[in-house]
Design a protein around this ligand. Structure first.
Ligand SMILES: Nc1ncnc2c1ncn2[C@@H]1O[C@H](COP(=O)(O)OP(=O)(O)OP(=O)(O)O)[C@@H](O)[C@H]1O
Length: 253
């Protein structure tokens, strides 16, 4: 994984929904290269194409034209089984609502992707990940015995244990209070900076975006700007310029 072979590359990716005469151009010839071991936030007004970009990049949706490359290898859409296998082994997901299985313990939820993929469980690595995510003393707990922040930690641990090329986080702090959200963002940033993980996070929150190494701004299906190491203030100002109809959170709110 070198700078000339990015962890993720979108080469002229377009995604059009619907058919003429009313096509919706959710993504328009998007060019994006993300180096391995970086944390990138994707922002933009509602309907600008953030989810579509994430879904195309993660193999959940197929571009109408253009190519997605993971570690330099083009993502080719095969059978559903092949795509499921691809997602289980190459990408990890963290969602707003945690998506843990309620009957499984922390250990079982964390190792589930490995078991589903029929992969051997490297117990030492799983323990290391659970320690790093602050869950070392919660292994036998079930989700309803954990706080929201702890549940999101389990989701992050579950994403990390497969050592994926990329982790996609979709509004990972949307269901958390401010203090807990900061802990989770700190944990995501730490997984990038200490474990070399590559993370792409969709968010509406300028404070969350400011934890990333860079922020990519979408408007009307196009990348219209990119800020490196921005302040939450700078992100909020750019979002206002892009006409985000949501009320941006005040910085530090
Ligand atoms: N399955 C679909 N069928 C038709 N149109 C769709 C579909 N999915 C998304 N779109 C349209 O594509 C455009 C981009 O949608 P997308 O969900 O990617 O935006 P977004 O930036 O994630 O929005 P939000 O912030 O509201 O979640 C929108 O105009 C949306 O209505």
């Amino acid at each position: 994984m070198t700078a000339d072979r990015p962890a993720l590359r979108l080469a002229g990716v377009s995604r059009t929904y619907g058919t003429p005469p009313n096509p919706v151009h959710a993504l328009r010839a998007v060019e994006l290269s993300l180096a391995a071991g970086t944390f990138t936030a994707v922002m933009g007004p509602s309907g600008s194409g953030k989810s579509t970009l994430l879904h195309c990049a993660a193999g959940l949706d197929e571009p109408t034209s253009g190519q997605v490359l993971l570690d330099g290898t083009p993502l080719t859409h095969g059978s559903e089984t092949a795509m499921t296998k691809f997602r289980r082994t190459r990408v990890g997901f963290v969602f707003q609502q945690f998506n843990l299985l309620p009957t499984l313990t922390v250990w079982q939820n964390t190792t589930l992707p490995l078991r589903l993929a029929g992969r051997e469980i490297d117990r030492a690595f799983v323990h290391e990940v659970l320690e790093r995510t602050g869950l070392g003393d919660r292994l036998r707990h079930r989700p309803d015995e954990l706080s929201g922040g702890q549940q999101q930690r389990v989701a992050i641990a579950r994403a990390l244990v497969t050592r994926p090329s990329l982790i996609f986080a979709d509004e990972p702090t949307g269901a958390l209070d401010t203090a807990t959200a900061r802990e989770i963002l700190g944990l995501l940033a730490e997984s990038v900076h200490t474990m070399g993980q590559t993370v792409v996070m969709v968010t509406h929150d300028p404070v969350a975006a400011a934890y990333a190494d860079s922020v990519v701004f979408l408007a009307d299906g196009r990348i219209v700007d990119r800020l490196h190491r921005p302040s939450a203030q700078a992100v909020a100002e750019l979002m206002t310029l892009l006409g985000d109809r949501r009320r941006p959170r005040a910085v530090g709110e």
